[in-house]
Design a protein. Structure first.
Length: 153
């Protein structure tokens, strides 16, 4: 297997991290979706996926404090003492009826966070070939990981 360089946007790197390790609930830490490492694959594939997973997780971990900074900037303290940015706010009219209104702070948060996640970064990783994963039977799609798969050797 050869080493290759791939240019990806930061949101793709985060998604690949989740596809390799599985998806976890941010508040509980509970795994809610299996990752590629949970699939039945060869030890060699697991080794190189673990290597790629460490690389992408490191980049994802660099982004997290920046995301938290934006949440602090645009968010509000919740009842449980956390800080969050709601996409919609509950608004009560004079009759006491509650309706949802777009949160103007969400648009600013989303714009800045999207701008960050749209940045490209080149990563160097082991080459992954589609046929090496032909035996994997999964209900998961792994769409972002597929972007770095080479069709043939």
């Amino acid at each position: 297997m050869a080493s290759v360089k791939t240019k990806l946007k930061l949101f793709e790197i985060i998604a690949i991290t989740e596809e390799i390790h599985g998806l976890q609930d941010r508040s509980t830490g509970e795994k809610i979706q299996k990752g590629l490492l949970d699939e039945k694959i060869s030890l060699v594939q697991k080794y190189w996926l673990t290597d790629l997973g460490k690389l992408t997780k490191g980049i994802s971990d660099e982004i997290e404090p920046l995301r938290n900074e934006l949440i602090t900037k645009y968010g509000e303290t919740t009842e449980d003492g956390g800080i969050g940015v709601a996409a919609y706010l509950d608004v009560t009219n004079e009759q006491g009826e509650v309706s949802k209104m777009p949160n103007p702070k969400w648009a600013d948060f989303d714009r800045e966070y999207t701008e960050l996640l749209d940045q490209e970064k080149e990563i160097e990783h082991q080459e992954f070939i589609l046929e090496d994963f032909s035996d994997v039977k999964s209900e998961n799609r792994y769409g972002n990981f597929q972007k770095i798969l080479k069709p043939k050797a």
